[in-house]
Design a protein around this ligand. Structure first.
Ligand code: ATR
Length: 282
């Protein structure tokens, strides 16, 4: 790491738009809690300006930053060094410097696993089979995470089946692309169901999946966190299933970046959760 100002390192979140990002609140909380003299800023950067901005990050005094939509793939292409996870996902959400070189990691998979471990301890013991809905960038990170953790068989369903077919091919035989009408049969054996689509998000239609076939030990996980409790999670809780919201993933994916820029690994505490939850509830 080569921060320009070692006494008070600064980092930022780069997006377009970026006004909705809760990363400044999360990192600001940790900086205060850990009494670190650093700062975390918000940078609205248009796609055409992103390469110049990324290359001048150190000159602007940043030790690194988070990258959010729509820059994650562009960031991957610009990095001189990337982690194996970033290469697997072809996308970067965390930037820092080593030997003066721009480095990139993707912490979405680690964040997803951190959230499941914290919010549904022991989930992996029962999740030999899982069902994942959606086939975008989030689905890719979550498939990678689940396989890394030892899930044996994943059924992948998506509105546009061809996208799920492509993604399944990318991961090999452990991931099978299935049609939506094959979901009940797949859910019957699943210890974990994950929604990676934007359905259920504020302003979007709800996700309409019948949870009845799921075994009683199954965990239902949504990557959506606005609202905190989606209809999917409410339906899961009503059936007595463990339900995990996307908030945990948002908080846990921020941990590795903070550690790289500010030198201390922060924890995802109840106090931090309550702060971000209150902001989401408005
Ligand atoms: P991300 O990279 O954040 O995962 P994305 O690539 O836009 O975002 O993917 C969004 C996912 O939500 C996709 O799986 C998308 O399905 P399609 O591949 O068919 O587009 C899914 N999605 C979004 N709106 C949907 C809707 N109204 N009904 C069903 N699926 C939807």
């Amino acid at each position: 790491m080569t921060p320009t100002n070692l006494a008070a390192p600064k980092a930022c979140v780069i997006g377009w738009p970026v006004s909705h990002s809760r990363s400044p609140m999360i990192h600001g909380f940790w900086l205060d809690q850990l009494k670190i003299a650093g700062s975390y800023e918000r940078e609205a950067v248009a796609p055409q300006d992103f390469p110049e901005f990324a290359h001048s990050l150190a000159a602007r005094g940043f030790a690194g930053g988070n990258v959010t939509l729509p820059h994650k793939e562009a960031a991957f292409a610009l990095c001189s060094r990337t982690t194996q996870t970033a290469r697997m996902l072809q996308a970067v959400n965390t930037l820092w410097f080593e030997d003066g070189l721009l480095c990139g990691d993707n912490t979405d998979a680690e964040g997803f696993l951190g959230a499941l471990d914290q919010d549904a301890p022991g989930w992996a013991d029962r999740a030999e089979n899982a069902v994942v809905l959606g086939a975008g960038g989030a689905a890719r990170a979550i498939l990678f995470a689940l396989l890394q953790r030892g899930v044996k068989q994943i059924s992948l369903a998506n509105r546009t089946k061809a996208r799920a077919d492509d993604l399944a091919r990318h991961f090999g035989p452990a991931v099978e692309s299935i049609a939506y009408d094959a979901l009940p049969a797949a859910l019957k054996h699943a210890g974990l169901l994950v929604n990676t689509t934007s359905l259920g998000m504020k302003g979007q239609p709800p996700l309409d999946v019948d949870l009845a076939p799921l075994p009683a030990f199954a965990v239902v996980c949504d990557i959506v966190y606005v609202p905190l409790e989606t209809d999917l999670l409410a339906a899961a809780r009503k059936r007595g299933l463990r339900a995990v919201s996307g908030l945990g993933m948002l908080l846990h994916q921020a941990v590795p970046g903070f550690e790289r820029w500010f030198g201390t690994r922060p924890s995802v505490s109840q106090e931090l959760r309550a702060l971000v939850e209150a902001d989401i509830r408005g």
